[in-house]
Structures are given as structure tokens and as C-alpha cells.
Ligand binder design. Structure first.
Ligand code: AMP
Ligand code: GLY
Length: 422
């Protein structure tokens, strides 16, 4: 089987690694890839969002299966273009990916399908007064969200009316998120633990992967700005994961798949529900149309690669046939190494020193990396790499991940020290 992985971050390294390890891939390609992905796949110098160029390459190289990582590629119609070029595609069409690319679409769908989520209003700058009234009625304790894709930076959690006013002004007056912020959602704040749920979907059925926890803030103790994610672990502490997965399937994933199918846009790919476990039960904070990053890096080593690959293919073919769940074989911890100023900026060109040997139970997934002509590995992005380690329990996985990351070096390297801390 000839496979193309679209994207070039840590998530896509994990996906490519899974394909290589499954034994099912004869030839692997990636676009645009990174230095880590290049160890498993032939790299095409094509942007992840260049749907037409990707479709041409898919045809030329007779690709059987395309696996799409980033939301921006889905939004750019890469799934549609590659399917039209004759490949099986794991990743939803642009229309089905609206579940991620438009928060107001997602919220309306959730209300229509009775999927539990925070109460909300949406509007443009003309509706500023009613948006503010909603915030005032809640003493300003609201989340203000740009409707469109905003690189994970579109949400402002507010604790006062003036903070909510400022968040609206930054969307409507300063156009901080560009056109993605022309429509804004204001929703009530929920409290509880956050968890990420991932479902491999074929349009009708879903196989739930193990639940993972993600750390979005830049610094220890959940301080600092929101990032794409600084670390992850699985299984989540303090929850009865199996029972929760079954209720998430029944109350959240299946109704979402049904609603998308009824709208004529069946969802094939990884449906990711960002959940808040409130006192009243799980609530959806957001849906995404792809794997999480870095959750993919923690999950891939915990699931048998051939089993996951077979599910991905079955989903792309529309042949999953039944709902169910996939179990993890151990506990896993992923710690992201970022450059000093991430998420504000990225650094380029710092030499990266990796440990010469890793235990079998660990892997380094690269994200912002390139290799020089002379073979030197260098940084080329904000999140540079992630160490993923598995162990019999979280404590073992955690100590292994931190032992290894302490042996990774590049100028300006920074990571959180409290991933999976008890
Ligand atoms: P999102 O991109 O919608 O997942 O939001 C990013 C982060 O903002 C989430 O991981 C939460 O920590 C926080 N957040 C979003 N919506 C809410 C909400 N309704 N209540 C509390 N926190 C929220
Ligand atoms: N880790 C959060 C995300 O991928 O959106």
C-alpha cells in the first residue's frame, strides 16, 4: 500500500511512525514533513494546504491512502481534492470539517443534536450589545471565541465584564484573528477537569481511542498563554475511563456523526471532542476534525500499530461496521520541548542534540526540525520535538520521559516539568 501523510508536525511524525510500524505500508510519502518524518517517508516539498498540488502528486504517484493531520489542510479541501484524485482519504471533507472550522456551526449542531455543551450566543460586531449582555448576566465569566480557525489562539477565558469587553474589542476592532474573528461566540464558563476524546469514524460508526489529557498552557502550574499543547498523558487520572468512553460515544460522538450525516456531510476521519468533566457530566468545549497534537504522540505508542492502521483504512473505506473502543497497552507520557519564546515566536537554526540511545519504550517525535546539508539537526519552529515514553504505570512512564528529555539539548529549549504530575 502506498501512503501519503499530510502535515509536518509532531502529530504527523507519530502518524507516519505508526504507519511504518504497522507493517502495512509498502511506500510512505509525507508533505511537507520534517526531519524526523524523513526517517520513515519520502518527503514532498508541497505545503499541507496546497490541495491541488497534493492531488496531482497523489495521482502521479498512485497513492492508495492519504492521512491528513492538520486542520488547515482539511479547511483547504485537501480531503476533497485527494479523494477526487482517486485515493482513499482518512480526514473529513471541507464541509464535514466545519465541525472544527466554524465554532458557531458546531455549537448549533450540538444544540440541534442535544449534545451537552456550554450555553452560548454568537454574533458579529453589529451584535456587540447582546454579546455583552450575555457576558454581564454572568459577571463576565465567559469564554470569548473567534468563530474560525485561529491557530489554537482564538479563545479568551474571561473573569470580568471588562475582560469580556476587551476580548470582543480585540476581535471586532483590532481584528486580532483576521476574518476568523468576524463572528464571535460568547459562552458560559464551565469548571472541571479537561480531557480529550478521539474517535476513528467512518461516517456512521466510531471506535474510541483511550482518553488523554492535554496541557495547553505554556508554563508549569497552568500559567502563561495558551499553546498548541505542551504535553499529554494517558490514561487520565481520577476518572473511570471505560464508563466515560461509553457515555461519550453514546451522548456525544454518535449524535455528532448522525447530525453530520443527516446534513449530507458524513465525517470520515478522527473526530476529537475536547471535554470538560463538569459536576453535571461531560460537556463539549469544542470539536476538532483531526488528531490532537501532542495527544497523537502519547496515543500512537500505546496502541498496537497494525490494529490502529486497520481501523484507519476501514474508516477511510466506510467499513468500520460497529462502534467500539480500542484499549491502551500501558500508560504513556509525552513532554514537548519548545523554544524559549513559544507560542509568541519560533526560533530557527539552533543545533539539536538528541540522546544517542533510547529505551524500547520511548520515542522522540520531531515537530519543528530540519536537517542541514551536512546532516546537522536544527530547530525550525516553536514546538521542536516531543519525548513519548510508555510504562507499566504513569509514574514509570513519567520518570522515563523526563529522564530522556533531560538529555535533549538545543539553545533556548524549554519544557513543562509537571506533565502527568500526581
Ligand atoms: P477550545 O479551543 O474551545 O478548546 O478552548 C481552549 C481552551 O479554553 C480550553 O481548553 C479550555 O481550557 C478553555 N475553554 C474553552 N471554552 C471554555 C468554557 N466554556 N469554559 C471554561 N473554559 C473554556
Ligand atoms: N492539543 C490540542 C489540539 O491539538 O488542538
Amino acid at each position: 500500500m502506498r501512503i501519503l501523510v499530510v502535515g509536518g508536525g509532531g502529530r504527523e511524525h507519530a502518524l507516519t511512525w505508526m504507519c511504518a510500524r504497522s507493517g502495512r505500508a509498502d511506500v510512505l510519502f509525507a508533505a511537507p514533513g520534517n526531519a524526523g518524518i524523513a526517517e520513515h517517508a519520502t518527503i514532498w516539498d508541497i505545503a499541507a494546504t496546497d490541495a491541488q498540488a497534493l492531488a496531482r502528486a497523489v495521482r502521479k504517484h498512485q497513492i492508495d491512502l492519504v492521512i491528513i493531520g492538520p486542520d488547515a489542510a482539511l479547511e483547504a479541501g485537501v480531503a476533497d481534492a485527494c479523494a477526487a484524485a482517486g485515493a482513499l482519504v482518512f480526514g473529513p471533507t471541507r464541509a464535514a470539517a466545519r465541525i472544527e472550522s466554524s465554532k458557531s456551526f458546531a455549537k448549533q449542531l450540538m444544540d440541534d443534536a442535544r449534545i451537552p455543551t456550554a450555553r452560548w450566543v454568537a454574533g458579529t460586531s453589529a451584535d456587540r450589545q447582546s454579546l455583552l449582555d450575555f457576558a454581564r448576566a454572568r459577571q463576565g465569566k465567559v469564554a470569548v471565541k473567534a468563530d474560525g480557525l485561529a491557530l489554537g489562539k482564538g479563545v479568551t477565558v474571561c473573569q470580568s465584564v471588562s475582560a469580556a469587553e476587551n476580548a470582543l474589542a480585540s476581535c471586532f476592532d483590532d481584528h486580532r484573528h483576521g476574518p476568523a474573528g468576524d463572528v464571535v461566540i460568547v459562552e458560559e464558563l464551565l469548571t472541571g477537569r479537561e480531557l480529550s476524546a478521539f474517535a476513528i469514524c467512518d461516517g456512521a460508526h466510531a471506535r474510541l481511542l483511550p482518553l488523554a489529557r492535554d496541557y495547553k498552557r505554556a508554563f508549569d502550574g497552568d500559567q502563561g498563554p495558551n499553546t498548541g499543547g505542551m504535553g499529554s498523558y494517558c490514561p487520565p487520572m481520577g476518572v473511570a475511563a471505560d464508563a466515560l468512553i461509553d457515555s461519550v460515544t453514546a451522548d456525544i460522538i454518535t449524535p455528532c456523526l448522525t447530525a453530520l450525516r443527516e446534513r449530507g456531510t458524513p465525517f470520515r476521519g478522527c473526530l476529537y471532542a475536547g471535554l470538560m468533566l463538569t459536576a453535571a457530566g461531560p460537556r463539549v468545549l469544542e470539536f476538532n476534525a483531526r488528531f490532537g497534537d501532542p495527544e497523537a504522540q502519547v496515543l500512537m505508542p500505546l496502541i498496537e500499530s497494525s490494529q490502529l492502521f486497520d481501523l484507519v483504512i476501514a474508516a477511510a473505506r466506510g467499513e468500520l461496521e460497529a462502534d467500539g473502543r480500542v484499549t491502551a497497552c500501558a500508560a504513556g507520557v509525552t513532554v514537548v520541548a519548545a523554544c524559549r519564546d513559544y507560542p509568541a515566536s519560533a526560533t530557527y537554526g539552533a543545533e539539536i542534540d538528541l540522546p544517542s540511545e533510547l529505551p524500547e519504550s520511548a520515542v522522540i517525535f520531531q515537530a519543528g526540525t530540519t536537517r542541514d546539508g551536512d546532516g546537522t539537526l536544527r530547530t525550525s519552529g516553536g514546538r521542536v520535538l516531543a519525548v513519548s515514553a510508555t510504562g507499566a504505570d504513569l509514574a514509570a512512564a513519567r520518570s522515563s520521559a523526563y529522564d530522556i528529555i533531560a538529555r535533549v539539548r538545543f539553545d533556548g529549549m524549554r519544557y513543562r516539568h509537571d506533565i502527568a504530575a500526581p
